[in-house]
Design a protein. Sequence first.
Length: 246
Amino acid sequence: MQATFNFGDRRHKVSEGDTYWNIAQKFGLDDVSALVEANGGDDLLHPGMTVRVPRQLFWKPLCGRVTLPPPAHNPRPFFGCFYNTNDVAHYQKHPEVRRFLKALHMVEASGKLPAPVGDNGESIGPLQISKWYHEDAWERSAAHEQASSSPAQADQYHRCEELSYAEQTALRYFLRWCPDALMFRDYQTMARTHNGGPSHHRAARATAHYWRKVHRFIDEDGNKRRSGVTFDEQPIPKLLLQVPLL
């Protein structure tokens, strides 16, 4: 049976002599049986076949220590180890975070609204969010749990076409996968996580290139503000409109 690959999963092409144990060692996995089960439960490997390594087997939580108590709106820590004491609404209004979100919008969709569909139909909206990204971002929210019990409300992905909802989705994604980066304004980690997921270091060159583009717009915005001209007042350069979507 052909395994179904999800966003963030890794692939391993089987060579002569490969075993599930060797593949698990390569990806730093402890549970070999989970790897076998993710590939149909058959432990026989044949050269040339592709083994799926599910994202949840190798993605690791980010840990940190803070002395402040968790916020009342969300008493549970992220992955049991890092409390972020601010919510999405706080970050969405924060001036510095707004500059970062605007830079993402410029890189992902050239600042356009409505934004074109990108990644061969896999991503939508001003921040070019995929279904898997959206699912990850909202998985632990009370709204998601409530919607899951109502088929009529279950699919909110189309709302990623809205700028505000797309920003909320991105911020939730950062709160889940890089909460320390969001709290301490590590925009490079946030940009690379947005582009390459929690394991962005596995695609270091591509995500570093993405970060340079985001950083350019953040700097450009800051320079315009210091000169008395706001980011929103500037027209989109014609050359920028010709840049293909990622």
